[in-house]
Write a protein that binds this ligand. Sequence first.
Ligand code: ADP
Length: 689
Amino acid sequence: MRILHHLNPGFGQFRWVVLLLAVAVILPTVCLLWFMNEVVKNERIVVRQRLTTFYRNRLAEAYAKVNRQWADSCRQLERRPSLHPYRQFVSLTGQGGYQGFLAYDDAGRCLYPVVSTDPGTLARPSEDFRTVWEMEFINHQYERAAELYEEQARISDDHGRLAAYIGKSRCLAKLGRLDQAIAECRLRAAFSPIAETGDSRSLALIARARLLLLGWMQNKATPNAKDRTGGFRPDPSYASLYEETFRKLLAMLYSANGAGFALPADENLFLARKVLEIGQATGLLDKNADLLRGTSLPTLMEVEERSIRCAEQFQSVDLFREWQDDTLQPLALGESVLYGVIHRTTRGSCIALLGRDNIMAAVAEYVGTFEDANVDFRILEEGGRFVAGIETTSREPCAAGPLGRYFPGWTVQLFFKGGDVFERAASEHVAVYTWTGVLFILLILVSGAVAAQSIGRQVQLNKLKNDFIATVTHELKTPLASMRVLVDTLLEGNYRNPNQVTEYLQLISRENERLSRLIDNFLTFSRMERNKQAFQMCPVSPVSIARTAAEAVKTKLGRGHCCFETEIPDELPTIRADHDAMVTVLVNLLDNAYKYSSEDKCIRLSAGAADGAVCFTVRDNGLGIPRRALKRIFRRFYQVDRSLSRRTEGCGLGLSIAKFIVDAHQGTIAVESKPGQGSTFTVRIPVAP
Ligand code: ADP
């Protein structure tokens, strides 16, 4: 049984440990790894779905937002009767960036752009002026015409009077009396107070008068009117009047007077062109830019021209009847394609013209909400024409929806930028799962290791118990059996003489002694295993320990061919130790030296002090210990040669007990040995402080 245990120590239990590990650790770990792999795969699909839903919701939010924003921006198209259309025109062109503007009153009459071809707005020569006009333009009798104009002025209304004074000034200029013409025109027409109260027709005349005035002041500087190389340079004596006239003319453009009248749109546009020409050449436009309320004259002119063209095309507001309020309508205006928006209130309607750029600027904030790291966008108008975003793509849109309810047929498409979007979005979750998985696996492994260790310890304990029982039974059986045989022999009187009795009794005594030693060892071992061995540590002399040990084995080692020597000095430093326990250590070593030596034994016990420790050395010339067994001899129940132990009466506990005692004294035990040449055991115990 001992042999079986030696060959196959606790194999059955270990098999269970392995099985347990497989079931409790490997299986859950493999399952977890598989699960994690599946999770990581699914995560990408889940992330794609989640992102798609996310962007769909974002589209819906943006749809509501763009509707709100657009409705808000269309509110500036509200018709306000207190505000002249020109004011609205300037602010829409400047701030709103609109490309055109039309205004109608509640009865559908066009308020802007009103052109002078409309009945009642054109400054045509009336019948009263026919004679004087003929005199001036056909007969070229300027002197006479000037007199007639003067007479006409006296009998005419405001408008007629203005026309008459302009005519008179013109005639004076034609007569070469420029200074007189300038003074007359300035006083009676160009600077007339009618500018503040007059209607559109009067305003047109005043504006023309101002333009004439500017021309005459230039002509004075450059008599050859065709020679423009000198630019629009007024006569120095008229410099301030020139500037004032320019300023007054500029102020008339795109604005209404105190009575709410403004120039007709075409007249305004014509004058604007002239003003731009003069203003750019003289630098007066930049100087008086404040009069344009933050806009630029060329832009205003461009928008006005477009507005006039649009009004010509759609002659009545009725033609916009189909249009829904605030809703974008494609509008072909000549070559260009624009969009129109109508905003109706009870006070009238306004129509604004927009280009794609205007629309994109209006929804820029909305578009910005999509421009993130994950998606590209594309905006298409009705009919699938590209408007903004990425122009071409082979990708399928991940989400698409209408741009807003005021943009019929306009759609927004969103495209994921690429596979790595999901990778990136998923990786965060995957990292969390992976770390959780790794922690879980670690936990399983740690618990597995703890379980394996505790089971292993249990298995070892079992093995130890079995070994112990087997050894104890076996070791006790031998001395008891031999004692029984001897006692039986004596009881039966099977002895020859009293000497034999004495010999038998001596044998019984030796067996008894051996039995006691065995039991002592077992008890020490048992206490040791249960950690119950208590040592009485006190300062003791190593000399006393060595001498007591030598005394104890003297009789045994003195027998036969055994030479036992001691080398114990009289003085050695004191050590803190349990005296009896240390004696046990040395007796065990000396006993082994005796047991594992052949015929001519030579055993030597020496003691000495070195490096703050006391050394006890037991040397023999015995069998020696093989190299591979050197490390194991201090283990419990370990024996190098079990067949030999039978003869030597050992049980493999002596050295493990010795090591246990030495360790408890914070000392060391070491062995040097060569097979066939003997062994040297050295015990070092630190000197007491
Ligand atoms: P045992 O009771 O068997 O002697 P020990 O624990 O004292 O047990 O010794 C363990 C083993 O070490 C022994 O079986 C023996 O093989 C070997 N051993 C111990 N001391 C010596 C020695 N001085 N010379 C040779 N072998 C030794």
